[in-house]
Design a binder for this molecule. Structure first.
Ligand SMILES: NC(=O)C1=CN([C@@H]2O[C@H](COP(=O)(O)OP(=O)(O)OC[C@H]3O[C@@H](n4cnc5c(N)ncnc54)[C@H](O)[C@@H]3O)[C@@H](O)[C@H]2O)[C@@H](O)CC1
Ligand SMILES: Nc1ncnc2c1ncn2[C@@H]1O[C@H](COP(=O)(O)OP(=O)(O)O)[C@@H](O)[C@H]1O
Ligand SMILES: [K+]
Length: 485
């Protein structure tokens, strides 16, 4: 059993692949073995989470997820706990494995009740797993609401019931209560939906048990984004070895966005960083960052540069985009550059042509920017973030970073990544500009678009995770990588 952290490098399998893996594993084992292993694993984690627990409420559903719950109940009873099982379903219609586990729980003397115990020390949600077909209703919905709001810790079996394992969309109760009492033990495979969209909030801390099985040669739907290698610097290197970044952005009234991206690129290790403001009246100096060099956009030798374009671009960015798209050696497109491209087919053609010329490009949309590029609405993007990122990567033949909880990194021909580290302290203006600058520095240093995006997203999230709780996380400080001013 393993706890998932930002250090975990692991494949993520969707429901269809998980079913195939389960099928192969079950065929090679004596009947009911997998469910017994699942129940034992659930009981083991339950006992570790609530060592002093006495009453454990286990809500079991109509399928095999419920079977895992019965099996865990039998185990907990055997270990001297007091499990109380409520069952949402007809025991006569349980699938064979779950039926066997139900009988085992009964034989162990587990208490079955029609309604949940008034108090419990731990709740276990074994209502629905990968077989959930619609949002839970009736007693299931009531029980879930109670579990997600009660003071007792909640352990979800395989998935929080109501979570779509493929997409992370949520059909369960409000998730307003803090997540630090939520735990999930996912079984056999790690599922992408646990790590993006509402997955993180619904699941809380995620643990994994492979039930002694391997995934064989199943292709994962995605992988968790792993820690990038530390960048060592050869003694005999010089600033030219780390490349030049130019930030094109900062229209009138929006200079800050460009400066944030530039600061982030600088602190991420770029050899030289230029700022090209889209405001003719801009002051061509940043007193806090005298390292930054200021140029007019038309004075930049784009082919030699890793250009970060769009941060604070407003409408002014439209005018420079044809040249930027046609000539930038490497390119990060963010914010208003993405909005301008979404409105203009000729810019879209130029964007697509970059790949054919061997030029590296990374788009860093948040869900609304992604929706505009795809011509859909934000809800449709959020309904399947992996699919939306892949569709954009495919459409524009480049790397796409779809931001938000569980940032997705997709590139043509690569297994998509979902970033685990990071948290909602990043939900503050300017942190996206910082990410764009960090990606730009990676491109300038020579990384592929996919590798630069993965590394920057991981480090950006890691900074947020390590940020001291008593210090404000602002984009300016994040760009510098330190809360100390
Ligand atoms: N078969 C096995 O040996 C194993 C199964 N495992 C467990 O089994 C789960 C999958 O089991 P199932 O395929 O039976 O699926 P589930 O137990 O997730 O649910 C399927 C059942 O729930 C009903 N249902 C779906 N949505 C509902 C809703 N909103 N309201 C009410 N009823 C609803 C379906 O009609 C079906 O009866 C996994 O998530 C995992 O927890 C694991 O123990 C691994 C081994
Ligand atoms: N709830 C959250 N959890 C994790 N990361 C988040 C969350 N909210 C925002 N972020 C991250 O913060 C950054 C915000 O970027 P963006 O929306 O472009 O903001 P801005 O345009 O103000 O810079 C992205 O990297 C995004 O992934
Ligand atoms: K469940």
């Amino acid at each position: 059993m393993q706890r998932i952290t930002a250090e975990t490098d692991a494949p993520l399998f969707d429901i269809a692949a998980t079913r195939r893996i389960e099928h192969v594993a079950a065929a090679a084992l004596p009947p009911h073995t997998l469910m017994q292993r699942a129940g034992r694993a659930v009981a083991r984690l339950a006992m570790a989470l609530a060592t002093d627990a006495r009453t454990v409420w286990i809500a079991c559903g109509p399928g095999n997820n419920g079977g895992d719950g019965f099996e865990a109940a039998a185990q907990l009873q055997r270990h001297g706990f007091h499990p109380v099982v409520t069952h949402a379903g007809d025991t006569e219609r349980l699938p064979a494995d779950a039926r066997a586990s139900f009988e085992r729980a009964r034989a162990e003397g587990v208490t079955f009740a029609d309604s949940p115990p008034t108090v419990c020390d731990l709740a276990i949600d074994a209502l629905l797993g990968i077989g959930a077909r619609r949002p839970p209703g009736g007693a299931m919905a009531e029980w879930l609401a109670r579990m997600h709001t009660s003071a007792a810790p909640l352990l979800s079996v395989d998935l929080p019931s109501g979570l779509n394992a493929d997409t992370g969309t949520w059909g369960g109760p409000s998730l307003a209560a803090p997540t630090d009492r939520r735990f999930c033990l996912t079984l056999l495979t790690r599922k992408p939906g646990l790590f993006t969209a509402q997955g993180r909030d619904a699941a809380g801390e995620v643990w994994f048990d492979d039930l002694g099985c391997t995934a064989g040669d199943e292709a994962p739907a995605a992988r968790l984004n792993e820690r990038p290698e530390d960048r060592s610097r050869a003694h005999a290197s010089h600033k030219g070895s780390y490349g030049d970044v130019a930030v094109v952005g900062g229209a009138p009234g929006m200079a800050g966005a460009a400066l944030l991206a530039a600061s982030a690129a600088l602190h991420a290790g770029a050899g030289r960083v230029y700022v090209a403001p889209l405001d003719e009246t801009a002051v061509m100096l940043d007193m806090r960052h005298p390292e930054l060099m200021f140029r007019r956009p038309d004075a930049l030798e784009m082919a030699q540069l890793s250009v970060v374009c769009g941060c604070g671009g407003d409408d002014a960015v439209r005018a420079v985009l044809p040249r930027v798209l046609s000539t930038a050696g490497a390119l990060v497109l963010d914010a208003d550059a993405l909005n301008a491209i979404a409105r203009d087919a000729s810019l879209q053609t130029l964007l697509r042509q970059r790949a054919a010329r061997g030029r590296r490009t990374v788009l860093t949309p948040h869900p609304l920017e992604a929706a505009r590029l795809l011509g859909v609405d934000t809800t449709q993007v959020q309904a399947d973030r992996l699919q939306a990122a892949a569709a954009l990567a495919d459409r524009f033949a480049c790397t796409v970073v779809l931001k938000g909880s569980g940032t997705v990194i997709a590139s043509p021909g690569e297994t998509p990544r979902i970033n685990f580290g990071s948290n909602a302290r990043l939900a503050t203006a300017g942190t996206g500009d910082v990410l764009a600058g960090m990606v730009g520095a990676g491109l300038a240093a020579g990384s592929t678009a996919h590798a630069a995006a993965r590394a920057a997203v991981w480090r950006h999230g890691d900074r947020a995770d390590r940020w001291p709780a008593d210090q404000a996380l602002t984009a300016g400080a994040l760009a510098r990588g330190t809360p100390v001013r």
